[in-house]
Design a protein around this ligand. Structure first.
Ligand SMILES: Nc1ncnc2c1ncn2[C@@H]1O[C@H](COP(=O)(O)OP(=O)(O)OP(=O)(O)O)[C@@H](O)[C@H]1O
Ligand SMILES: [Mg+2]
Length: 421
């Protein structure tokens, strides 16, 4: 701005014009600053929204390079931001690139599909949406939304199986008892009267009775899965439940070395002791079977050497969670279809029903907890299967002291003070 003098000549005119111009520039600058601030605010708002949504969101520019990644996308894809940003979608997620191709070919701005993606070696089920958008400069970008629906799909399958199991159990059970009674009656009544090939008659009736019993047992398994009892929650000492389950398994498998890493004091959990005991027994049985498979394999490969089957049961907790992990040094979890192991009737054992882990999963869901299956820590070929309980019902007298490491069962004592979960 220049100072205006009270004169009416060219210099004064020029000064007036100059001042008007600087005023306009000032106003435009203020407008620009305000627009910029608004843009910044909107961007921060969008970023906050993106960070808060549970769905994974990826933004792509016209060259299909990733330019936006939210936190959920990093978590769901198990990739850090740096491995995604500025990378071509075709290189990072080729399965999704195919979906983009479809959107481009069909000239649609919205495509949705369910895809299986391999994340950290595990197949996960995703619902993927691709939405196209045009920028002001005419460039074409995409927004990709990812929802992990593995749990939903698994729950749907389980529900469908439970329904089938219930119907099958109902329909099969009715005629079983009359078949068994009739066969037994035939044998009792006529076996003395039959003169030729009596042993065949007896063999056949025996077979009927035996097979009917087998079917009956299978049906019971079906229905126990279809009608899992509603848990009756009580204060239970999880250490005690673990000890009881391990004791029963130790009797059945005296060659296996069971190690317990528990707390000195009782660890009280609100749960159905009977169901959690059942869940622990299922995990311990699986661990024992995995060790037997490993021993067989070592035997076939030329000898067991000094291999000893080992099962470690450990209790760990922090403020939020209490975990019980069962680690074995057996054959290890199968590499494929790992996410399906908890589905009913999924088994790799010749005589297994595949209901064990499905039942454990259901029990944990009913307790608001979770079941996880992982490889055993480094140096072991086996599996690490864990039960996670939420610790939301904190009460007085709780102790957050971490469990002692490597405490064997013999040296574990339970004192009077109680930790409450
Ligand atoms: N500790 C483990 N080590 C290796 N594989 C395991 C372990 N636990 C479970 N599995 C795998 O998970 C599959 C499913 O286990 P699940 O307990 O549901 O059924 P199952 O043991 O085969 O049959 P069932 O429990 O009815 O006898 C098993 O067949 C096995 O392949
Ligand atoms: Mg099992």
């Amino acid at each position: 701005r220049v100072l205006l003098e009270d004169r009416d000549d060219e210099v004064s005119n020029l000064s007036h014009t100059f001042n008007r111009m600087t005023e306009q520039i000032q106003n435009q600058r203020d407008d620009l600053m305000e627009a910029n601030e608004q843009l910044d605010q909107r961007r921060m708002f969008t970023e906050a929204v993106l960070a808060g949504v549970s769905a994974g969101v990826l933004g792509l520019d016209g060259d299909r390079r990733i330019n936006i990644v939210n936190r959920s996308a990093e978590d769901l894809l198990a990739l850090p931001r740096t491995d995604l940003i500025d990378k071509l979608i075709d290189d990072v997620l080729p399965e999704i690139a195919q979906l983009l191709e479809q959107a481009t070919l069909s000239q649609r701005d919205f495509v949705q599909e369910q895809l299986d993606l391999t994340i950290d070696g595990q197949i996960r089920h995703f619902n993927v949406q691709v939405t196209g958008h045009h920028g002001q400069g005419g460039e074409h970008g995409y927004v990709i939304t990812l929802d992990d629906i593995s749990k939903l799909v698994s729950a749907q399958r389980t529900a469908a199986w439970a329904d089938v199991a219930r119907r099958i159990a109902h329909e099969i059970k009715n005629p079983l008892t009359p078949i068994q009674l009739s066969a037994e009656r035939l044998r009792r009544k006529y076996s003395q009267e039959i003169k030729s090939d009596r042993h065949i008659f007896e063999q056949c009736t025996d077979t009927i009775v035996r097979q009917v019993k087998d079917i009956g047992r299978m049906v019971d398994e079906f229905s126990s899965f279809a009608r899992m009892p509603t848990p009756i929650m009580r204060d239970e000492d999880i250490c005690d439940l673990i000890k009881r389950s391990v004791f029963a398994q130790r009797v059945a498998n005296p060659d296996i070395d069971y190690q317990l890493s528990l707390t000195d004091e009782a660890m009280i959990v609100q749960c159905d002791g009977h169901l959690i005991g059942q869940a622990l027994t299922n995990l311990l049985k699986n661990a024992g079977q995995a060790i037997a498979i490993k021993e067989d394999k070592l035997g076939q490969d030329g000898g067991r050497g000094d291999f000893t089957g080992k099962i470690d049961v450990a209790l760990n907790f922090d403020d939020r969670l209490l975990n019980v992990s069962v680690v074995d040094n057996g054959c290890g979890l199968p590499k494929e279809h790992r996410n399906k192991l908890t589905e009913p009737y999924m088994t790799t054992h010749a005589k297994g029903t595949g209901l064990g882990l499905a039942i454990v999963q259901k029990i944990m869901e009913d307790h608001g907890g979770e079941l996880t299956l992982e490889d055993a820590p480094e140096g072991s070929s086996g599996a690490c299967v864990s039960l996670h309980f939420p610790r939301d019902q904190k009460r007085k007298g709780e102790s957050n002291r971490p469990p002692r490491e490597d405490v064997s069962e013999t040296s574990t004592s339970i004192s009077e003070s109680k930790a409450v979960v």
